[in-house]
Ligand binder design. Structure first.
Ligand code: SAM
Length: 681
């Protein structure tokens, strides 16, 4: 029989992330069965479900090998394997999968470690020594897996955020605090794969789950396995299996069986075997379930819910979003000694000095300053968001030179004769001409696909991007070199601008060429991530490709001011990745000292300060937008989606960090982005 092209394609995609065909084959068969041979489901998002299922099967196998299985488990497993083999044979005939020689299984991270690109044209941030990244070791075409169409041709194919290999890194010690019953974010590292504890412990009497259930407990004599607070106990007449528990172990879900009442002798088996069978049953019966669905996780969540419902008045009642009071600013990583000296509660830098976050802000950390509410939730631990002042628009810190007036806006820099909506005019207005000759936005308010794709290409494809080099780089000049020679300019990416209509334009305020200045329109939420990245930002609604999400808002600092903040800081400042406003650097005119600007959202900022970094294939891209200032040393940085983003998916951007840059005064974090193209491996 000729090979099935769909199978071949699946193999190809998995090979690209280091998974050998033999492994793919095994799991693919199961998936085909689960999805009733609906290939589209498997092919979706670049075979994400398949990759997920393979990793899960690997982890399960690893756990199984580690465990000291008792005879009962062996019997269960053997029976299951026989059944499995039978199913495999059936599917084998249906899919005509060709045998391939087995090679050692590799995870995408390790594959990438060997091959990964170090793209040189990433949006710059001051943290990355303010310039573009190092020259790539290899050309992107050579390094990126050929089967990833989005990378060979980032323009045409929507990118998907691949499955994170970061399993088991979640902090499980602390119970979640700010819960609102919302879904777990999409694309977060899996949570139910904690390090396995296998220990023989002294016999303890498990607390009964319900009062009156003491009859079985009294007879417990043998401990079998302790694993994530899960115990199986057995004596002559009673078998009890603790299936799940809350994170601190005070709540448990157990199965118990009094074998006196059973026809056959009951033998306690391993919890994992029971859960695995249940997982399979659920996936088979409820076809709408995510393939990653886990009964154990469901039960653990039940335990946590039960715990939350206890009537302890010192704890926040469930569902009310109650949070402990947030202390003064100096307790936060974002505050303290770094507070800008001119912040005195007045409007010294043009910002109304609102209080930092308070418990009331859980439903809207923007305190009514945006046209949508921005809630925050923590379903992971008891941490609260850092204190900062929410500002919806940039504010000048001190020395930044931003001097514009209506008179400085020439007639060819605005459209005074336009009326209504410029987008409906038969010819592009002067503002559009400055965005490359046409309007950047569609009638639906999205960034036009061609423009977006060009921007993505420029940032992601080192071969195509253009770098400008300053004769005297203001960024390098601002660094305190400690007496060492100043480094030469590392290059700045030439980026296209969007020019929006503004005050001097004749069009209406609702003109379609005024998207970014209109502020946030989509529902966003700040949430605690599960992958060790701290807080993150996610969307609460599906977003199409090219949607404007938010602007990066912060204090406008000169590069010199920023580095002096860094040098005065006694501890590592975790927000010190301010984007550099360098899109127009490297031109003919040398910038004045106070014209080399960046945006720091550490103390004053908007939701964008919570956007985490993702190497290379982030789902947002930042694009320079000119609104009021025609000379372009100051502009706005707007985030647009690079592809469709599903509700509850984390929103990410590439900070442009060079993780190898040891000379940078700001040390980079250890990247946990989970991208297969992570630069920090
Ligand atoms: C602008 S803040 C983002 C919000 C931050 N996660 C928080 O909890 O407030 C940048 C900081 O987030 C963390 N971070 C962002 N992206 C990360 C990633 N891919 N891996 C690990 N940490 C990350 C780092 O500590 C970084 O200094």
């Amino acid at each position: 029989m000729p090979p099935n092209p769909r199978v071949e394609k699946a193999f190809h995609a998995m090979r690209a992330i280091g998974i050998p065909d033999v492994k793919t084959k095994q799991v693919l068969k199961n998936l085909l069965r689960l999805y009733e041979k609906k290939w589209e489901l498997i092919e979706e998002e670049n075979y994400r479900a398949l990759a997920d299922a393979i990793f899960e099967s690997e982890d399960t196998q690893a756990a199984e090998v580690k465990e000291n299985v008792d005879n009962a488990e062996v019997r269960v497993e053997m029976k299951k394997k026989l059944e499995q083999d039978e199913r495999m044979n059936t599917i084998e005939e249906e899919t005509h999968i060709q045998e391939e020689p087995e090679s050692p299984l590799k995870r995408p991270r390790s594959t990438h470690q060997e091959d990964q690109a170090s793209p040189s044209c990433i949006s710059p941030s001051l943290n990355s020594s303010g310039a573009l990244l190092k020259k790539p070791k290899l050309e992107v075409e050579e390094q990126l897996p050929k089967s990833q169409p989005e990378l060979q041709s980032p323009v045409k194919t929507p990118l998907t955020e691949p499955v994170s290999p970061l399993k088991g890194v979640e902090n499980k010690e602390e119970p979640p605090l700010y819960q609102n019953g919302l879904k777990t974010p999409i694309n977060e590292p899996l949570t139910d794969d904690l390090p396995q504890l296998k220990a023989h412990v002294p016999v303890t009497k498990p607390e009964s789950f319900t009062k009156g259930d003491t009859s079985t407990d009294n007879n417990l004599v043998n401990e079998v396995i302790l694993r994530n607070h899960i115990q199986a106990t057995l004596d002559g007449s009673t078998a009890k299996l603790d299936i799940a528990s809350s994170s601190s172990g005070e709540i448990k879900i157990s199965l118990s069986c009094n074998s006196d009442k059973e026809m056959a002798k009951f033998s306690v088996t391993n919890v994992d075997s029971v859960l695995k069978i249940m997982d399979e049953k659920c996936l088979e019966s409820y076809k709408v379930l995510d393939p990653k669905f886990s009964v154990k996780k469901l039960m653990e969540d039940m335990c946590e819910c039960f715990l939350d419902l206890r009537s302890d008045s010192s704890e926040p009642p469930v569902g009310t979003n109650a949070i402990p009071p947030i202390g003064p600013l100096e307790t936060s990583a974002a505050g303290g000694e770094h507070m800008p000296p001119n912040v005195d509660g007045s409007t010294a830098n043009g910002v109304e000095n609102k209080d930092p976050l308070t418990p009331d802000d859980v439903n809207d950390m923007a305190k009514g300053q945006e046209s949508v509410m921005i809630s925050f939730v923590n379903e992971v631990n008891n941490k609260r968001p850092p204190s900062f002042f929410y500002i919806p628009r940039n504010a000048i810190f001190q020395s930044a030179y931003i001097n514009y007036s209506l008179a400085s806006i020439a007639d060819d820099n605005c459209c005074p004769t336009c009326l209504g909506n410029c987008l409906t005019a038969p010819t592009p207005c002067p503002c559009a001409l400055q965005s490359g000759g046409e309007f950047a936005y569609t009638n639906n308010g999205l960034l036009k696909e061609e423009i977006l794709d060009e921007c993505i290409k420029a940032i992601r494809d080192p071969q195509k991007c253009h770098l400008s080099y300053c004769k005297e780089c203001p960024l390098e000049k601002s660094k305190n070199t400690g007496g060492l020679e100043q480094q030469p300019c590392k290059g700045h990416l030439d980026r296209g601008f969007i020019k929006e209509c503004w005050l001097k334009c004749g069009c209406s305020k609702k003109c379609g060429n005024r998207v970014v200045q209109g502020g946030i329109k989509h529902k966003l939420q700040v949430f605690m991530t599960r992958g060790g990245k701290g807080w993150g930002l996610r969307t609460l609604e599906d977003l199409p490709k090219g949607a404007f999400v938010c602007e990066f808002v912060g204090e406008v600092l000169t590069c010199g001011e920023f580095y002096s903040r860094v040098s005065q800081s006694s501890k590592e400042d975790e927000y010190a990745h301010p984007p550099l406003l360098d899109a127009d650097w490297g031109g003919e005119n040398e910038l004045k000292k106070d014209e080399a600007l960046c945006l720091d959202a550490t103390y004053y900022g908007n939701v964008a300060r919570f956007i985490n970094h993702r190497c290379f294939d982030a789902n947002m891209i930042e694009i320079p937008v000119e609104v009021e200032n025609p000379d372009r040393h100051y502009y706005h940085l707007a985030f647009f989606t690079t592809r469709k983003v599903k509700a509850f998916e984390e929103l990410t951007r590439d900070y442009g960090i060079d993780f190898d840059d040891e000379d940078n005064p700001v040390k980079a974090f250890t990247c946990q982005c989970g991208s297969r193209f992570c630069r920090n491996i």
